[in-house]
Design a protein around this ligand. Structure first.
Ligand code: ARG
Length: 464
C-alpha cells in the first residue's frame, strides 16, 4: 500500500493516511461534481438558516454565500481544481471555501452532515431534471397532436399479432402514443411530489443539537415538505427508484414507438419516410438509409431498465441509516435521466417531421381482409347471430385467399354464395372509409373522433 498523502478532513482519528488506491476507489467526485449547482444552493440555504438561528453571524453568512457564488463561477469558468483526494463534490467545494475564507469557511458544515447534504442535492437535482424532462414530453405530445390532426383521415391497417386486423386512421394510431405519454407525464408529476421533500436537517442520521429551523431551509429551497424522520431522510433512495420506474415505463413506450417507426420505414412496409437528418447510411451498402434514432432509443431503453434494477438491488439489503453503498445511486440515476431526456428530445424533434406515405398505407389496409369484421357486423344488423356471421365471413375470406380477391373486390353474386342476406348495400360497409367512420364513439378510430381527441389533447396540454 502506498502512503501518498490523502484527505485530511477527518485526520484527527487516523494514524496513517488513506491508501492512494482506496482514496480513488471510494471517491465519487468524478461523477458527483455535476451536482455542484445544487450543492451550492443547499449550502447557501443552510448558511442563511444558521444565521437566522443565531449560529452564524450575518457577516459570516454573507461571506459564505458570496464565497459559494464565486466558487460556482470558478466551476463554470473551468478554473476550479477538482481533487480526487477530497473525495466528493461536497468536500471539494467546502475545502475551496475554506481556502478562500479561512476559518469562516470551516463553519459552513455546522449542524449538517454529508449524509443529509447529498440526499438534499440529489433531490434538488432530480427535481430540475424532471422539469426539463416534462418540457420535452410536452413538446413531443404537441408534435403528436399536430401530426394526428393532419392525418385524421389517413387510413392504414391496424394490427393485432402484427397481422392486418381492421382499418384504422393514422391519426388514431398516433394518438395511442399520446395517451401513453400522458400517463408518463402523470407519473413523473406524481413522482416529483415525493422527490420534493427535504432531508436537510437530518444531519448524519439522528438530527442535530443546533437550533435549526427546517421550515426556513425548506422554504428557501422550494421543497414542498420536510422529511419527518432523520434516519429515513439520509438513507432512503426510493424517490430515485420511483423516478427510474417512471422513466422505465416512458422508455418502454418510446421503445415500442421506435419499433413501429423501424418497421414502417422498412422496404417491406414503406408506411412513412423519416427525413435524412434522423438517419444514417451504410459504409458498404450505398442504398441504405437506416432509422438510427429510433433504433438507438429502443436500444437505450435497456440502460434505464438497468438503472431501475440496479437501484432496487442497491437498496434492498441496507440497514438504517446511511451506508456508503448509497454513493452508487448517482451514476444509474444520472444515466436514466439523461437517457430519457435525450430520447424524448430526439422524438420531439423527429415526430413532426414524419412523412406518411398515404397511398401505400391505404393499399396495405385494402389488402388483408381488414373489413371482414365489418361484413360480420353487417350480417348481424340483418338479423343473424354474431357467431354464425363470423363463420360465414370466414368462408368468404377463404374464398378470397384462394381466388386472390379482397372482400370489396367480389361481386354481389360471389358474396351471396356465403349468405343470401347480403345485398347491394354491403359495398358501403366494405369500403375503408365506411369501416373507420362506423367506429364513431369516444376512443374509436373515426376521423371525427380523432379530431375530437386532438381537441381534448390540446386542452390537456394547455392546462399543464
Ligand atoms: N459521496 C457520498 C455519497 O455520495 C456523500 C456522503 C458521504 N457520507 C459519508 N458518511 N461518507 O453518498
Amino acid at each position: 500500500m502506498s502512503s501518498e498523502k490523502t484527505n485530511q478532513s477527518w485526520g484527527g482519528r487516523f494514524s496513517e493516511p488513506v491508501d492512494a488506491f482506496v482514496a480513488r476507489f471510494t471517491a465519487s467526485v468524478d461523477f458527483d461534481k455535476r451536482l455542484y449547482r445544487h450543492d451550492i444552493l443547499g449550502s447557501q440555504a443552510h448558511a442563511r438558516m444558521l444565521a437566522q438561528a443565531g449560529v452564524l453571524s450575518e457577516a459570516e453568512r454573507d461571506a459564505i454565500v458570496a464565497g459559494l457564488d464565486e466558487i460556482r463561477g470558478e466551476i463554470e469558468a473551468g478554473t476550479f481544481e477538482w481533487r480526487v483526494d477530497l473525495e466528493d463534490v461536497h468536500m471539494n467545494i467546502e475545502a475551496r471555501l475554506t481556502e478562500r475564507l479561512g476559518v469562516v469557511g470551516k463553519k459552513l458544515h455546522t449542524g449538517r452532515s454529508r449524509n443529509d447534504q447529498v440526499a438534499t442535492d440529489i433531490r434538488l437535482w432530480l427535481r430540475d431534471e424532471i422539469d426539463a424532462i416534462l418540457a420535452e414530453l410536452n413538446r413531443l405530445q404537441a408534435g403528436l397532436l399536430q401530426l394526428a390532426e393532419a392525418e385524421a383521415d389517413t387510413i392504414m391497417p391496424g394490427f393485432t399479432h402484427l397481422q392486418t386486423a381492421q382499418p384504422v386512421t393514422f391519426g388514431h394510431h398516433l394518438l395511442a402514443w399520446f395517451e401513453m405519454l400522458s400517463r408518463d407525464h402523470e407519473r413523473l408529476v406524481d413522482c416529483r411530489t415525493r422527490v420534493n421533500r427535504m432531508p436537510l436537517g437530518s444531519a448524519a442520521l439522528a438530527g442535530t443539537t443546533y437550533p435549526i429551523q427546517r421550515q426556513v431551509t425548506c422554504e428557501l429551497l422550494g421543497f414542498e415538505a420536510i422529511g419527518g424522520n432523520s434516519l429515513d431522510g439520509v438513507s432512503d433512495r426510493d424517490f430515485a427508484i420511483e423516478f427510474c420506474a417512471a422513466a422505465s415505463l416512458a422508455m418502454m413506450h418510446l421503445s415500442r414507438f421506435s419499433e413501429e417507426l423501424v418497421l414502417w420505414t422498412s422496404a417491406q412496409f414503406q408506411f412513412i419516410d423519416l427525413p435524412d437528418r434522423f438517419c444514417t447510411g451504410s459504409s458498404i451498402m450505398p442504398q441504405k438509409k437506416n432509422p438510427d434514432v429510433p433504433e438507438l432509443v429502443r436500444g437505450k431503453t435497456g440502460r434505464v431498465f438497468g438503472a431501475l434494477t440496479g437501484l432496487l438491488t442497491l437498496m434492498k439489503g441496507q440497514p438504517l441509516a446511511y451506508n456508503k453503498d448509497n454513493q452508487e445511486d448517482k451514476e444509474p440515476l444520472f444515466d436514466a435521466a439523461d437517457t430519457l431526456r435525450d430520447s424524448l428530445r430526439a422524438f420531439a424533434d423527429m415526430v413532426p417531421a414524419i412523412k406518411p406515405k398515404r397511398e401505400i398505407m391505404r393499399e396495405a389496409a385494402r389488402r388483408g381482409f381488414s373489413t371482414a369484421t365489418d361484413l360480420a357486423d353487417y350480417l348481424v344488423r340483418k338479423g343473424l347471430p354474431f357467431r354464425d356471421c363470423h363463420e360465414i365471413v370466414g368462408h368468404a375470406v377463404k374464398y378470397g385467399v384462394d381466388s386472390g380477391k379482397d372482400l370489396a373486390e367480389m361481386s354481389l353474386d360471389e358474396l351471396r354464395r356465403f349468405s343470401d342476406q347480403i345485398e347491394q348495400d354491403v359495398f358501403a360497409v366494405l369500403t375503408l372509409e365506411g369501416s373507420v367512420n362506423a367506429r364513431d364513439h369516444i376512443g374509436g378510430t373515426a376521423p371525427a373522433q380523432v379530431r375530437a381527441a386532438v381537441q381534448r389533447g390540446r386542452e390537456l396540454l394547455a392546462q399543464r
